[in-house]
Write a protein that binds this ligand. Structure first.
Ligand SMILES: CC(C)(COP(=O)(O)OP(=O)(O)OC[C@H]1O[C@@H](n2cnc3c(N)ncnc32)[C@H](O)[C@@H]1OP(=O)(O)O)[C@@H](O)C(=O)NCCC(=O)NCCS
Length: 200
């Protein structure tokens, strides 16, 4: 079984880096639209089982384009590094609520997965449950998280995750007000799109 956490965190070397087409257009202004009252809440250690449940839904989404298989007990169990989010000071777990209902999670960690730059904030995992998608909630929570951690940021998305790439292509320039300049990176046979920008 391919492990989701290992796919995200266990990569060892960058085998190639090809700049993609730069987006020189001005970022589109997102229209205002009715949304939910969204909260991004630091997750306490005793909420780790909630994160583990949401990670199962996340893994199910990723099984659309990754070879992830359920274990015999009906779980993916693909995120062995979850406990580190309450022991490593460079890691920050968040739960997301929309109108008081659980609606997603965000995991942030310090350190680039690609360049080794220790000061970079890495959007390690990011998830909105299906019932709340396409309401601007992902955009709002990304913005909230970027504001909490000023400095250099990296957001990386597997090329196979086409919808997430479209999301980041929209959310990042909406936050920075600048055109994005993503870079294509191949690592251990997986192609990624890497977005780098500053949060001030
Ligand atoms: C990617 C994800 C976080 C988007 O969350 P969301 O709350 O639906 O995003 P928003 O409503 O803020 O979307 C903003 C814009 O991004 C783009 N977008 C979002 N989802 C998209 C999709 N499935 N297909 C194409 N474009 C999409 C659209 O331009 C959208 O604006 P529109 O709805 O007016 O067209 C959510 O689909 C998700 O959790 N996916 C599974 C986990 C995942 O892949 N996480 C990212 C890992 S890198």
């Amino acid at each position: 079984m391919a492990q989701l956490g290992a796919r995200f965190h266990g990569m060892e070397e960058v085998v190639g880096s090809i700049p993609t087409r730069s987006t020189n257009r001005s970022p589109r202004i997102m229209p205002a639209r009715p949304s939910a009252n969204t909260e991004v809440i630091p997750a306490a250690a005793d909420q780790a089982p909630i994160l583990a449940n949401l990670l199962e839904l996340y893994a199910h989404d990723f099984s659309d384009f990754l070879d992830l298989r359920l274990g015999a007990e009906g779980k993916f169990n693909g995120f062995p590094s979850l406990p580190l989010y309450w022991t490593d000071p460079g890691r920050h777990p968040f739960l997301v609520k929309a109108d008081g209902n659980l609606a997603g999670f965000v995991l942030v960690k310090r350190g680039s997965e690609f360049s080794g730059r220790a000061e970079v904030w890495d959007m390690a995992e990011f998830f909105v449950v299906r019932a709340y998608r396409r309401r601007g909630i992902g955009t709002q929570i990304a913005r909230d998280v970027w504001k909490r951690f000023p400095g250099p940021w990296e957001v990386r998305v597997m090329e196979a995750n086409v919808s997430a790439r479209r999301f980041w292509e929209r959310a990042i320039p909406h936050f920075t007000g600048e055109a994005i300049n993503p870079v294509r990176i191949e690592k251990n046979g997986t192609a990624w799109t890497l977005f780098s920008f500053e949060s001030s």
